[in-house]
Every structure is written in C-alpha cells, then in structure tokens.
Design a protein around this ligand. Structure first.
Ligand code: AHR
Length: 546
C-alpha cells in the first residue's frame, strides 16, 4: 500500500463510526446508528487469518438413515457394486467437503470399533443404545475410509470414551495408522488394507459432559482419561492432532467450567477443543422472532470467543507455548425433529430419526453460521455441519433419489468460493433492536443486531475474492457500498442469492426448487461496488481481482 493510499484508508476507517466500537471483532459486527445504506471497507493488505478449508467440514454418524440408506444401501438402484449411494457421492463431491467426522456423535460412546471391521458375514448385529437402534456393522471404519476416497474428503475419527477404555482407543489408532508388524496393524492388513489409513485428526470422545452421554464422566476424570489416551496415541503416531471434548453447548450448567477443568488436566497433550451448537426458532431462544433467529450466529460468535478465552486462560496458568485451536465439530439448526420418537429407533434398523426439514430462514441462519466460522478463522480450524445426509442434513436420500434442502446452498457457496485468507473487513450497518423478554439465557444477552453480516476472502494465488452476505432485514432490501483498496475487483464471476417471500418455505421431491439459488443483479466490478441485498437473503459474490 503506498503511503498516500494508506493515509486515505486510515482516514476512511476513522471516518467510520465502526472504529469507535473498539476491538476487531466488535468492529466487524458494529452497527452504526443510521438506518441508511451500509458501508464496507476492504483492503487487500488487511487480512484477519488464513482460512483453513477444514472449517467447512461435515459429520456422518451411525444414526437413523445417515449411514444405512444415506451413504450405504446395497441393492438399491442408486448404489454401486460396493453398496455406496452414487447419487449421494455425487452431491457430497459437488460440495467438496474437506473433512468428515465419523462414527459419532452419541453413538461413539457405546461403539466397539472391532465390530465394524473384518469379514462382513462375521460382524455382529448389536443394539446401538444412544439411539435405541439395530446396528448391523456392515459399514465400519474401512468402508468409511473407502467412501471418503470416493467423495474426496479427509476422515476425522472419534473414539469411544464412554464404555471404551483407553487401551481400546489406542488399539484403534494402531489399527488405522501403524504400518505393519504389530497385532493391530497386521489385523488391518489381514482385512485387505495393506497401507495404513494415516488418520491425522482424532476426537477424544464426544460430549462427555452431557447427562445423555453413555459413560458420561466428570470433568477431572475425563481430562485425565483424555490426557492418558493422548500420551499413548502420540507414541503410536507422532503426527496425530487430538481434540478434547469441550462443553457440548453454551446452555450447559457447566459451560466453560467444564472446559477449564478438562484443560487443566490435559492441556499439554491435546491440540484442539471441541465445541457444539444447535439452534432453533423456539420460544426459549428467539421467542419465535425470525429476525432474532437469523442473528443467532452472533451467539455462536460469543461461544467461540468465550471458549477460546478459557483455552488461553489455561495456557497462561500452565505457562505453555502452545495455543489451542477450536474444532466446531457439530453445528447446525436442529429443533423440530429432536425429542421423543425422532430420537428413538425402537430397536429397528435404519429408523427415520432426526429427519429435520429445513426452510428458508434455516438456510439464512446456516449462512450466518458459516460467516461466523469464517470471521473466526484465526481460532477455528475445523468445523463440521451436523450432519451430511438424512439426519439433520442438507442432503436427503430416499428411494426417489436425492433432494437438496435449503441449507445445502449457503454451505455449497462457502466450500466453493471462500478461499485463501479472510479479509479484515470493516462493516458499518444499521441495526435492529431485539426484545429479550421471555427469551432464556444465554440467548437473552443480546438486545440488538446489525442488519448486515458480511465476510470476505481473498485468494491471492488465483486472483479471486468472495463476499458472503446475510441481510437480516426481513422487510426491506438493504444496500451497501464496498470500497476496495490494495486490490480491485475486475470481473464478477458469480452473484447469487437465496431468498423468497415465505421464510417457512422448504423443498420437497415434488417441488425441489422452492428454495434455490437465484441470480442476483451484481454491480459493475471496481474499486467501489454497491450491492442491493434482497430482504431476508443470503448471497454470494465471487470476483476476479487484480
Ligand atoms: O448430531 C446429533 C447428536 O447431537 C450427536 O450424536 C451428539 O453428539 C449431539 O448431541
């Protein structure tokens, strides 16, 4: 940046009321008092962080029809000779999902990984107790790894810290990652997998703070178990990256205290901390107010910052050089198909569980949540939308084929277009008030939210930039002007939006395009561009830059 440009840029920044808001994060979310057009400043020399594509990962659990009928359905007209659903493979490939977490979820806390390897005709059918379902084990670790290769993704494996011992978890790592010459490595080879799978990322259990979790532990107990396991995992394979269970939700009574106690026991042995969140347009979280609902990603932002603060607190306590990163390895909207029969398989195989139908407003919030992950890329290295197919998922697979739910599109755009580094945008936007009365904590803390939620990335290698834009104004189009310095858009490659008059509209096999991307009129590319975002919309602009 030339010194005169820099002076101009800094002048612009200070002219913006947003700067007064103080911290970087606050600046990005700041809302001006005015209700007029928004303003965004982007500089090609002001970056927030490198964007790790793994923040756009997903999750596949042995739950309901996710694995069986979703991914694996031998004999189906939609499957290949190995039983993999080719239409689902195609839809996942299209998303270019970078990493997928497996096999659970709550299921992993009662899972015996040995049941799912070896000759299929010798694998036992067992009662899966997290979801009270029949598990035939016809799909297990090796089938998952093969499927990951088909869809072009990296596996993230979870270990059983509920009923499972540290010894069994270490054997699992050895089975997957050790080359040859030991009992467990040679067992894998005898199963037809000569080369080790070399799994890098491992979850040390799942939601071990939850009363619903099989084998739930107290924080100190879990921390010590995680530490012991991690120490041994690293002897098997020094390349592994290990993720400890943080609080399973910000609504937990032990939120943050759990994280602190766990990390005090295992900080030096782990690399990342796991976070989970599911939102809903419910009386407790939003009072049924859709504008409040699509601002819930700002609460996710709080959760990231609060969890990171605990990591840093323990880092300080232990005088450690290491800074932990966050793995937001379950996040999504989930509230309609949640309790009762939706979560009880009644001892049947591949029951219809958690089959949430996503509407337009859900897609807007999912877009906002993706923006939050991007905005916090300095801290979040892995993110997994939960889940990928049939169970709280953007993809639905039935005998009729594949249906793309509304939430598929924001997720597709993030994966396809957000690349390189995250721009440190200054966003000025009018804001709307939120009435917290009747809303329960921790959601009652927010009393206002900005209409515009905008993030941007710059891919210097390919001379491309992307803007992902949420307009929370449900009544009116919102306009904003983005001023670029040190990089100039030269061409608009794509400009699309998901929007509509009915926030509750959703896709069905009969009407699959009810909520689908539409072209958005793009401004001419250049140093100043004015976008007009439709009321209640999530949009993407993909730009060539010079
Ligand atoms: O994704 C559904 C469930 O939500 C997972 O099994 C569990 O980890 C979380 O509570």
């Amino acid at each position: 940046m030339s010194s005169s440009n820099r002076r101009d840029f800094v002048k612009q920044l200070y002219a913006s009321s947003a700067v007064l808001a103080g911290s970087l994060a606050a600046r990005q979310l700041a809302s001006g008092q005015s209700d007029g057009p928004g303003r965004v400043l982007a500089s090609g020399s002001r970056m927030k962080a490198d964007l790790d594509p793994k923040v756009f990962g997903a999750f596949l659990e042995h739950l309901g029809r996710a694995v069986y009928e979703g991914v694996y359905e031998p004999g189906s007209r939609h499957s290949d000779g190995n039983g993999y659903r080719t239409d689902v493979v195609q839809a996942v490939k299209e998303l270019a999902v970078p990493i997928i977490r497996y096999p659970g979820g709550n299921m992993v806390s009662g899972y015996n990984w040995l049941d799912g390897v070896g000759p299929k005709n010798e694998r036992p059918t067992v009662l899966e107790r997290a979801w009270n379902s029949l598990e035939t084990n016809q799909f297990g670790t090796n089938e998952f790894i093969d499927w990951c290769k088909l869809v072009g993704t990296e596996p993230l494996l979870g270990c059983n810290f509920g009923t499972g011992t540290v010894e069994e978890a270490v054997h699992y790592v050895e089975y997957c990652n050790l080359d040859r010459g030991t009992k467990w490595a040679d067992l894998r080879r005898s199963h037809g997998y000569e080369q080790p799978h070399k799994i890098k990322y491992w979850c040390l259990g799942n939601e071990m703070d939850g009363p619903w979790q099989i084998g739930r532990l107290q924080a100190g107990e879990y921390g010590r178990k995680a530490r012991d396991a991690a120490q041994q995992f690293r002897i098997v394979d020094s390349n592994v990256q290990l993720i400890a269970c943080g609080s399973s939700a910000a609504t937990m009574p032990t939120y943050l205290a759990w994280d602190r106690e766990v990390l005090e026991a295992c900080y030096d042995q782990v690399d990342g901390l796991s976070l989970h969140v599911y939102y809903g347009n419910t009386p407790n979280q939003t009072g049924g107010n859709s504008a409040r609902y699509i601002a819930l990603n700002l609460d996710m932002e709080d959760q990231i910052q609060e969890s990171a603060a605990v990591c840093d607190y323990v880092q300080g306590l232990q005088k450690s050089r290491k800074r932990l990163w966050l793995s937001f390895d379950e996040w999504n909207v989930w509230y309609r198909a949640r309790g009762g029969d939706h979560a009880n398989g009644k001892k049947t195989f591949a029951p219809h569980l958690l089959e949430e139908v996503y509407n337009l407003e859900d897609a807007l919030l999912v877009g906002g949540m993706l923006n939050t992950l991007i905005r916090n890329a300095d801290r979040v290295r892995i993110g997994c939308i939960a889940q990928i197919v049939n169970v709280i998922a953007p993809i639905v697979a039935t005998d009729q084929g594949v249906l793309l739910q509304s939430t598929y599109f924001p997720y597709l755009w993030a994966n396809k277009y957000a690349r390189g580094q995250v721009l440190d945008l200054i966003v000025e936007s009018g804001s709307f008030p939120i009435d917290p009365s009747g809303i329960q904590q921790p959601f009652a803390r927010r009393t206002a939210a900005p209409y515009l939620d905008i993030v941007g990335t710059l891919d210097k290698q390919n001379n491309q930039a992307a803007l992902l834009m949420l307009n929370r104004d449900l009544d009116s189009e919102r306009e904003f002007t983005i001023e670029w310095s040190d990089v100039t858009p030269s061409r608009v490659l794509t400009c699309q939006t998901v929007t509509g008059r009915d926030l509750k509209a959703f896709n069905t096999f009969a009407a699959p395009n009810t909520v689908a991307p539409q072209q958005l009129d793009a401004p001419a590319a250049g140093a100043r561009m004015t976008f007009k975002l439709p009321a209640g919309s999530y949009s993407v602009a993909h730009l060539a830059v010079s």
